[in-house]
Design a binder for this molecule. Structure first.
Ligand SMILES: *Cc1c(COP(=O)(O)O)cnc(C)c1O
Length: 389
């Protein structure tokens, strides 16, 4: 069956699976071989060539999820991002980057690009005019991230895709926060869709991986560069990632439901001054998110009032874990100032609207009443502590 005729959860479970012809097992066999017969020298099967049986099979599943012709899997989200950028940029070229970006991507640009003579501009905002203003005669790529980390800002994907077409640029999006369940940018005309598979695709906080989805032609161009940079993923992890994606649809939909209810609840609490969630009508990106997303996702961030010390608050949480990463089945919380945005200066953080009181919250699949109780109890405990000391 062609995957385009299949529904989300069926693609998650079945697309790209390797049939176990030998033993008729229920799941894809794992091929750990790094050495394959050289009968067909055109193919040169080798893990760093991104063409082992498990790599190719999983690529089909991820491509189908993103409505793409093809996909390629990497050893990390950053390997996927850096390889994709270097595949389309050379010395003297220019790239337009959205202002609000994942910290690691921001660092890649500002720390590495000068060495290669690649020029870059960050937009001053996320409106069409902000992107237009940043485009130069040597611009080759336009790069966005929506919803973005950590404030869940929403950028108009269709607008960016059509600007890219008009100016003959390659458009790239980091689709990690939305996951393919909630947002399929290729449907809006984006060329290259990138995922840190460490997040929702993996979903259990135990896999580091990345993926890129695009047309066969664009994937071929990225593949040519990927072989030289060598950011391949071990076949064992490829196999684990396949297992994880089988439950992607049901996990993310549960996280969507939880996050929406929890965001509404947190907004009512007097000790929480701001809640950033694209599914709240008060969020500036709400209308746009409704148009381009199928669900609002499991990520939010919130700011505690002056009375509640964010460090003490996180220490008092019992269920929600302090964690660098996100998108697992367990709820996790983090201070962006101390993690994803730690390498930025205080001024750069302020420019991105990331305050020291901000906490980024990745909602898991636990029962929402337990998550809410955990937050309310932690607030109460910090308040009591403040009164007694
Ligand atoms: C985590 C993350 C990355 C980087 O992915 P790694 O797998 O850690 O290399 C890139 N973009 C976003 C939005 C992320 O959350």
């Amino acid at each position: 069956m062609k995957s385009k005729n299949l529904k989300l959860n069926t693609i998650c479970v079945h697309t790209g699976e390797i049939k176990d012809e030998q033993f008729k097992g229920a799941i894809s066999p794992l091929y750990m071989s790094t050495s394959y017969a050289y009968e067909n020298m055109d193919i040169k099967q080798y893990p760093r060539n991104f063409n082992t049986p498990n790599q190719r099979a999983l690529s089909k599943k991820i491509a189908a999820l993103e409505h793409a012709e093809d996909a390629i899997i990497f050893s990390s989200g950053m390997a996927a991002i850096s390889t994709s950028l270097f595949a389309f940029l050379k010395k003297g070229d220019h790239i337009v980057m959205q202002k609000q970006l994942y910290g690691g991507t921001h660092n890649l640009i500002v720390k590495e690009f000068d060495k290669f003579g690649i020029e870059y501009s960050f937009t001053s905002g996320s409106e069409e005019q902000d992107f237009k203003n940043a485009i130069q005669p040597n611009t080759k790529v336009i790069y966005i991230e929506t919803p973005s980390n950590p404030l869940l800002s929403v950028v108009d994907i269709k607008m960016v895709a059509s600007l890219a077409k008009k100016y003959n640029l390659i458009s790239m999006i980091d689709n990690t926060f939305a996951s393919p369940v909630n947002q399929n940018p290729i449907d809006f005309g984006i060329d290259i869709v990138i995922h840190s598979a460490t997040k929702y695709l993996g979903g259990h906080s135990d896999i580091l991986a990345g993926a890129v989805c695009a047309s066969s032609e664009h994937i071929a161009q990225i593949h040519g560069v990927a072989i030289n940079f060598g950011g391949t993923l071990s076949d064992f992890t490829v196999w684990l990632l396949e297992r994880s994606i089988k439950t992607l649809g049901i996990r993310v939909k549960a996280q969507n439901r939880n996050a929406k209810q929890i965001a509404k609840h947190l907004k009512k609490l007097p000790d929480i001054t701001k809640v950033y969630y694209p599914g709240l009508k008060s969020h500036p990106g709400y209308e746009l998110a409704k148009e381009q997303m199928k669900g609002f996702g499991g990520m939010m961030s919130f700011e505690l009032s002056q009375e509640i010390d964010p460090v003490a608050f996180v220490k008092k949480l019992k269920l929600i874990k302090p964690s660098m990463s996100l998108a697992g089945v367990e709820s996790t919380i983090v201070s962006p100032t101390k993690t994803s945005h730690a390498l930025l200066s205080a001024e750069e953080r302020m420019a991105q609207g990331v305050s020291d009181r901000l906490l980024r919250f990745s909602v898991g699949i636990e029962h929402r009443d337990d998550i809410i109780a955990d937050i309310e109890n932690a607030i109460a405990k910090v308040k009591k502590q403040t009164v007694t000391t």
